[in-house]
Design a protein. Structure first.
Ligand code: ATP
Ligand code: MG
Length: 410
């Protein structure tokens, strides 16, 4: 099975109970605890079947997802599934594992609200993917894509690249996109996009925690139809920044509303960077061609890979300000050797353009050379934006779960 990029994230907190008889599937389920994405998912494997599940949920609360193996797939099983739904909390999802491939059974189960039907034995990668996509679909991480931009060190142009990435999403891929940073009073967003901050980051995270949409919308600058920006940064520079968990809640509420969110992680604290990177689908690591910056980028990439269980997918290396110290910087040809990987893109040093745009408060998309930078980033976002719902389309509806489906609420 091909690896779906949107499921390569830290999954939301959830409980998954599996009632299995098949040994190979049980082993696969137990091994999920080693999958980095499942750090917050409590997976319990029970030796049993639908009857075991009915008994269990007659006495204790059902989890987010119940996976049941069955050898019978006739009417009697469907009837027992009805009994199970009667004991489950609303919103509990079900996946059935059966003995044979049967399209009609699949159709009748999914029409009842069952999330999926798999044939045993189920391999670990398949089980992991099905659980991941079910949890993402039902727990509100939505199908939104999170792109993070992080610098190897300060001042390497992380905010500039984040702006270019956001503009690639909105101007080139026509996606409704939310651009946010976590820099508090150090934010440069209001300068780049010429707006007055509508509040502080602390106010924004409080509003998100209380689901206070009015306050939040006052802190969103609608730069264009598609590009909306977190207009914080009004706080004193020396104020304490927000906590990683608070920022995560703000991020979640934005991801519920926008198909693409771009997070500029420059000038933020390491714990927040780490939390956001864990949820990220695509990470742009920005460096200059200076040796110190490349060294730090190399270490950072290795740490991001460790965070993602060793996987190298979804990391793009951006070498910014190429040519800023011609003759003294690491030459283009030597960078891949120094980094052990190819740079995804080189962005030329162009102080005239950047200082000029900043002075006028104009976005990079309004400059020819700026547009070339944006164009060079488009191929790097295509894989995760492919198939994203644009602003004209309806948001993806959440499933009503097993019980909701059986009661015809879907
Ligand atoms: N390719 C480039 N050529 C010339 N100037 C650039 C380039 N990229 C960014 N700059 C400029 O360099 C300065 C620093 O960029 P930026 O604020 O994006 O860096 P940062 O890494 O986000 O910094 P911080 O660590 O302070 O958040 C800005 O004035 C920006 O316009
Ligand atoms: Mg910055």
């Amino acid at each position: 099975m091909t690896e779906a990029t949107h499921t390569q994230i830290l999954l939301p907190t959830a409980g998954v109970d599996l009632f299995l008889k098949d040994g190979a599937t049980s082993e696969a389920a137990k091994a999920l605890s080693e999958d980095w994405r499942f750090a917050r998912v409590n997976v319990s494997v029970h030796d049993g079947d639908v009857e075991t599940a009915i008994n269990m949920y007659g006495q204790s609360a059902s989890p987010t997802l119940v996976i049941i193996e069955t050898n019978t797939t006739d009417e009697s099983f469907i009837e027992r599934l009805g009994a199970l739904a009667g004991n489950c909390a609303e919103g509990t999802n079900a996946i059935i594992i059966g003995p044979v491939n049967d399209v009609n059974l699949y159709r009748s189960l999914t029409s009842m609200g069952v999330q999926d039907y798999l044939v045993k034995p189920v391999a670990q990668d398949v089980l992991g993917e099905v659980i991941a996509s079910t949890l993402i679909e039902n727990l509100g991480t939505t199908d939104s894509r999170l792109i993070s931009v992080i610098g190897a060190k300060g001042g390497v142009g992380t905010s500039a690249i984040a702006q270019a990435v956001a503009l690639a999403c909105t101007e080139k891929r026509k996606q409704k996109t939310f651009l946010m940073d976590a820099a508090g009073g150090w934010s440069s967003l209001s300068v780049s996009f010429a707006f007055e901050p509508g509040g502080s980051q602390n106010e924004a995270v409080r509003a998100a925690a209380m689901a206070d949409e009015d306050t939040l919308s006052r802190m969103i600058n609608k730069k264009t139809e598609r590009l909306h920006i977190l207009a914080t940064g009004a706080e004193p520079l020396l104020d304490a920044t927000v906590q990683a968990q608070q920022y995560e809640a703000l991020l979640d509420s934005m991801m519920a509303a926008y198909p693409v969110v771009v997070a500029d992680l420059s000038s933020s604290v390491p714990s927040l960077k780490r939390t956001v990177l864990n949820k990220t689908h695509k990470t742009f690591v920005v460096t200059t061609p200076a040796l110190s910056s490349l060294r730090s980028a190399r270490t950072l990439i290795s740490e991001i890979k460790t965070l993602h269980g060793g996987a190298d997918s979804g990391i793009e290396l951006v070498v910014n300000m190429q040519g800023f110290a011609a003759g003294r910087e690491v030459p283009r040809g030597d960078i891949s050797t120094a980094m052990d990987r190819e740079a995804s893109v080189f962005v030329p040093f162009n102080s005239g353009m950047f200082i000029g745009l900043e002075a006028d408060g104009r976005p990079m998309s309004e400059d020819k050379a700026g547009m070339e930078i944006i164009d060079s980033l488009v191929p790097l976002i295509s894989d995760i934006i492919e198939g994203q719902s644009g602003e004209e389309e309806e948001p993806v509806k959440k499933s009503g779960g097993l019980l909701g489906g059986l009661l015809g609420k879907k």
